[in-house]
Structure formats: C-alpha cells, structure tokens
Design a protein around this ligand. Structure first.
Ligand code: ADP
Length: 674
C-alpha cells in the first residue's frame, strides 16, 4: 500500500510539473518566434535603408554637378527620404536643396589691378573724380575675376554718382547687379547691395518714387531668392533693413507692386523657415554627427539619431564610409517619420502572411498610428526592437497565435489525459495488490486444508487398521475359538478392509488426477451392474450403521460408454457422504434415470443439508463445511473427485440442498458419448 501511495504522490507531482513545463515550453516557443520576427523585421528595414545609403554618392573635396544630381535623384525617388547630406572630414555639410555648393570665390584683386585701384581710391579721396574713373577703367582692361570687375565697376559708378551723372551711374549700377548674378560678391558689404541702394536713391533724385520702389522690391526678391548665399545673421540684417525701407513707403505702392510685395513676403517666410532649419542643423545635428563621426570612422553599420523638433521627430540614418582614396566621410538621410512607420507596417503585413502567428506593432504613446493587437488576447507577448531601437524608440512588437485557439483547453485536455493514464496505472497496481493478497490468502487456506487433510486421512485410515490389527491379533492368538465368532471377526476384518480399500482408492485416484495421470478406461457397461456393485460395497462398509438404501435402478437399460471404476468410485462417494451426513435419518435414496441422451444417477438423503453459499465450495479440493468443528471423519477430496469424474465423462454434478432437510446429488453422464 505504502509504495503505491508514494507512487501516486510522485505521479501527481510529475503531472503538475509536466503541465508547468508544457506552458513554459509554449511561452518559450512564442518568444523564439517573436525574436525571429523582430530580427527579420529589423534586417528588412536595415536592408532598405542600406540600399538607399549605399547608392548615395560619396562626398569628395570638389563635388561636381553629377554629385548633386545624384543626391537630388535619391531624394526624389524614395518617399522615405526627406533629405540627404554628406559630411566630409572637415565637417562641411552639403545639401542639394537647402545649401548651394559653396564654390570658392577668389576674393582678391590681381597685383596690377590693385595698383590702379589704389590710385583710383586716392584720386577719389582728393575729389579728383575724373582721374579716379580713369584709373578704375585702366584696371578693367586687365584680366581678372568677377570680384575684380565688380570692385572696379563699383568705383566708377560711385564716382559718376558723386559727379551727378545720374543716368551713367544708373547704367553702371545696373551692370553691377547683372554681373553679380545673385552671388553677393564683395568684402564686408556685397556690391550688389550697394548698387540697389544707390539705384533707389537715383530714382528718387530723378523724381521717380515708383521706380525706386520697384528697385527696392527687386532687392528684396533677390535676398529672398538667394538667401543661402548669405550667412544667417547677414541675411537677416539685410532683409530686415529692406523690409523697413519698403514698409515706410507703402502708400506709394501701385496695385501691382502691392501684389508683388505680398508674394515676396510669402516666399520670404519659407526662406526664413529654411534658414531656421539650417541653423538648427548647424547647432544640433552637426555636433551629433561630428561626435558620431569621431567614434564610428570605420563603422559600416547604420546608426540612427532621433531628435524632437517641436511636435515632430527628426530621424537621421547615418553611415560612415571610406572612399577609394581613403577619405572618410558620413552619408546621411533625413528620414520621413510617417513613411518609416508605413514601411514597418507593410513589412509586418508581409511577415504575417507567412505563418500561424500574428505579429503586431504596439505604439508607445497609445495614440497609436496602428495598434492592431487584440488586447483581450492573454497570450500576447511583447518585445522591443534590438538594433533599430533608436529608429523606433518605445515601440514594441507583439505576437499571438492566429485563430486564437483555446489554449487553456488544450492544456487541460493533455493534463486530463495524463490523469487518466495515471489513474489506470494506479488501478492496475491496486488490482494486482488485491489479487496477490487473495492468492496469498488462498494459499494459506489451501495449506491449512492440506494439513487438516493429512490428519483427517491418517485418522480415517487408522481406525480400520487398528480394528483389523486387533481382530486379526485375537484370531492369531487363538483367543477366538467359536466358529461363529471367528466368522463374525472375519466379516469385520473384511468390512474394515473394504473401507480401507475405498479410502485408498479415493486417495490414489485423487493424487493421480492431481498429477494429470489418471486414466479411466471407458467401455460399454451396464449402469445397473455398476450400481449393484456399489450397493454391495456400501453395505459391506456400513454393516453396522443400519442404513437403508431405497434404490430405483432399472435393470433393462442399454449399456453406456463409461468408466466402470470411475462411476463406481463416484457413486460410492456420494452414498458414503449421504450416510455420513444423514444425522438421525437412516434412509438414503439411490435412483438411476436414463434416456438416449443422458443417464442421471441421484443420491438423496434427509440429513443435515448444505447452506446455499457452501454448495459450490464443497466441490473444491480439501474443502469441508466447518471442517474445524466437524465431528464426522472425512478427507475433503470425495466431492472434488466426483466432479472430476463427471467432467471426464463430459457430464456434470448437480446439487439441490437445504440445511436441515437434506441433499440431493445428481451425477449426469451423457449416454451417446463415444
Ligand atoms: P468429506 O470427506 O468431508 O466428506 P467430501 O468432498 O466428500 O469430503 O465432501 C465435502 C463436504 O461436503 C463435506 O465435508 C460435507 O460438509 C459436505 N457434504 C457432502 N455431502 C453431503 C451431504 N450428503 N449432506 C450434507 N453435507 C454434505
């Protein structure tokens, strides 16, 4: 019992452990698929961004037209890109849209021109304006840069203005404006700026305020159009100055001028925004890029920067590169946040079609741009991005099973199966234990029966032997002299010998039947003859018992195939039992009934009878009803022998009995048996 209890405990414990293990395994599987999905997702995003960045041209010290065309092409061809930039080792930033290429302009006069210029300035200072113009004109004959030409032209125009040659001056200033072509050439103050101021003054002097206003508007427009040519502070200064001048004279605007002014104003605001951004880039992004550049000079990996700009985010993807001439630089993309999110979602949808798990994007702010996860789903597991955490900060990816199977149920079903298997095992063990106990009990019972059998048999044998010995002894001693008594003694000896023979036959038959060696040879016999023989033997054995057998044995029945010894022994046993258990009644009824199917030999007594629950047990070996208390001698093998004999004849033994009223045993033997 104890081992099976321990076994039950261990079994239950391991089922519980198995349940936990199954759940852990399941979660682990989900986690693995999630990790796989995230790395695939990240690899996909990285691939796409790397592709874009790899095709960007590499910065070189003199970027030409092709370089800028390639940058512009990249911007126009990918919605992911808001802008691109490259950063050289000198940290110079190049933008195709917001900055123009900074052509380096030689802001110097040639030595020969310098001489003429210096002389011109000296004449001018002394009021010798004609001479000054001559010197400047001499300078113009020398070859040189646009800056040189503009410097000299500026001198000439200035002198003309001073000499009140207003029309000439006007022409010269216009020429300066044309030559400058929006480059704002000049030293501290660009020549073009001076030219516009002077032109406006000339028009006013000529009494043409509307024309003067046109010129101011021209200048305003020039500043707005070419804002990237000036440094922020410079630009801001000129812009505010010219606006001030214009606004002072608003009354004299023609309707066309008003429209033009408003239009330039609008464009000016856009320009200002770009300038502000440029300022922001210089002050905020550039330092991060520089820092990144110093740390990641050899990195081939994409790095991300995310900056909060007002309400929006500015996302930058960067990569350090080295060109053929081993020049290091950074290639960067300003990413469009909305498009990056769209990309992520489209990749997610692509992955979702692949297996039976659903992948969901979870927004950190809960103001989700796309929150597709089912919140009621209890098997949702989430994890953040690994490599692109900077690109998608706070976002996480969730996973669950599609079709939402009832997992609780699946687990419960498995566990129930385990429990039933377990219960079956325990059941088998219990049954086994019960059977073993029953066998042990039977074995004990059997050995008790056996030992009582031996003592019973010895006892039964002892009585006739003692009687024979005493009687034979007396005869041998010659103590019995009378013929009649001698005869009585011989009869007694014969009776006891008959009993002895019956007993030994019983025992021998039983033991050979036990060893499966007993063979009853069958022959065609008359049951009448057999029963007569049995009666003779019975009477011999029970001479003194005054028992009367009422027999109904027809003598004219056909022979049957049977073992004469077997039938004789069986019926003798039944009669002997009837005599033994008859109590006070001295009558026994023996009958034979035979038809062409079977012969039935019945032995009936009016003795003590047998209780219902004992009626089958009495046919078991050594079994005796209340054998411990029974006074009647017996070995407990008689009826088992009768049953064996019946079975050997393919027949049976039946019993009808009632305690206190008597018993009827019927030996049934098939007749047509061959
Ligand atoms: P035994 O040697 O004890 O008679 P048997 O096998 O012949 O052994 O009988 C088994 C038991 O059946 C007997 O001990 C007895 O209790 C019971 N029994 C047999 N025949 C009768 C009968 N005619 N009337 C009452 N009890 C009987």
């Amino acid at each position: 019992m104890l081992p099976s209890l321990i076994l039950s405990y261990i079994g239950l414990q391991s089922i519980r452990q198995e349940q936990n293990r199954q759940e852990e395994l399941f979660v682990q599987q989900l986690e693995n698929s999630l990790a796989l999905a995230i790395s695939r997702l990240e690899a996909d995003v990285e691939d796409r961004l790397s592709n874009i960045i790899n095709y960007l041209p590499v910065y070189n010290t003199m970027p030409g037209r092709i370089y800028f065309d390639q940058l512009r092409y990249a911007i126009n061809n990918s919605p992911l890109i808001d802008d691109v930039f490259t950063l050289g080792m000198d940290y110079r930033v190049y933008y195709p849209r917001k900055y123009l290429d900074d052509r380096i302009v030689q802001q110097r006069l040639s030595p020969a021109v310098q001489v003429h210029f210096d002389q011109g300035v000296a004449f001018e200072a002394r009021g010798m304006l004609e001479a000054a113009i001559n010197q400047y004109n001499e300078g113009l004959k020398e070859p040189g840069s646009a800056f040189q030409t503009l410097t000299l032209m500026n001198g000439i125009a200035r002198c003309q203005f001073k000499m009140d040659q207003l029309f000439d001056a006007r022409m010269s200033f216009r020429e300066i404006i044309d030559l400058d072509r929006g480059r704002f050439l000049g030293n501290e103050v660009p020549f073009v700026l001076l030219a516009y101021y002077q032109l406006a003054d000339i028009e006013l002097k000529l009494g043409l305020p509307v024309a003067a206003m046109d010129i101011k508007l021209d200048f305003y427009e020039l500043l707005v159009e070419n804002f990237h040519q000036l440094r922020f502070a410079q630009h801001y200064f000129y812009l505010s100055k010219i606006k001030e001048k214009i606004e002072k004279n608003l009354i004299i605007f023609s309707p066309a001028q008003t429209r033009r002014y408003l239009d330039i104003n609008r464009r000016s605001r856009a320009a200002e925004n770009e300038l502000l951004f440029r300022d922001f880039f210089d002050n905020h992004i550039l330092p991060v890029c520089r820092n990144f550049f110093q740390v990641h000079t050899e990195s081939t990996k994409l790095e991300y920067i995310r900056l909060q700009v007002d309400e929006d985010h500015l996302i930058i993807a960067m990569k350090a590169v080295t060109d053929e001439s081993h020049t290091k630089s950074i290639k960067g993309i300003l990413l469009n946040e909305a498009e990056i999110n769209n990309l992520l979602i489209s990749i997610l949808e692509l992955h979702n079609k692949e297996d039976d798990t659903g992948i969901f994007l979870l927004n950190p702010s809960e103001t989700s741009f796309k929150l597709t996860a089912d919140e009621e789903d209890s098997y949702l597991i989430t994890a953040g991005f690994l490599n692109t955490r900077d690109l998608f900060p706070g976002y996480s990816i969730g996973i669950n099973l599609l079709d939402n199977p009832d997992l609780e149920n699946i687990f419960r079903r498995t566990v129930r199966l385990y429990y039933s298997i377990f219960a079956a095992i325990i059941g088998v063990i219990l049954f086994g234990t019960i059977f073993i106990f029953r066998d042990i009990y039977r074995e004990q019972q059997f050995s008790r029966l056996k030992s009582s059998f031996i003592s019973n048999v010895s006892h039964e044998i002892k009585t006739p032997i003692t009687t024979i010995r005493v009687l034979a002894g007396n005869l041998a001693e010659g103590l019995i002299v009378q013929q009649e008594r001698q005869n009585a003694y011989f009869r007694l000896i014969n009776r006891e010998a008959e009993k002895l023979s019956y007993l030994t036959e019983n025992i021998l038959d039983f033991s050979s039947m036990e060893a499966r060696r007993k063979v009853y040879r069958k022959e065609f016999i008359s049951l009448y003859d057999i029963l007569q023989k049995v009666l003779r033997r019975f009477y011999l054995m029970h001479q003194k018992d005054e028992i009367v057998i009422h027999d109904t044995i027809p003598s004219n029945l056909p022979d049957v195939l049977a073992s004469p010894d077997g039938i004789e022994q069986a019926v003798l046993n039944l009669l002997d039992n009837a005599a033994k258990y008859s109590g006070k009644s001295k009558s026994i009824w023996l009958s034979l009934k035979q038809n062409n199917k079977e012969a039935v030999i019945s032995v009936l007594d009016k003795g003590i009878g047998i209780a219902k629950d004992e009626q089958q047990k009495i046919f078991e070996k050594f079994y005796r009803v209340n054998y411990t208390e029974q006074k009647t001698q017996g070995s407990g093998i008689g009826l088992s022998l009768v049953k064996e004999i019946a079975l050997l004849h393919k027949g049976s033994i039946e019993i009808e009995s009632e305690p206190g009223k008597g018993s009827k045993f019927s030996l049934i033997i098939p007749v047509n048996h061959v």
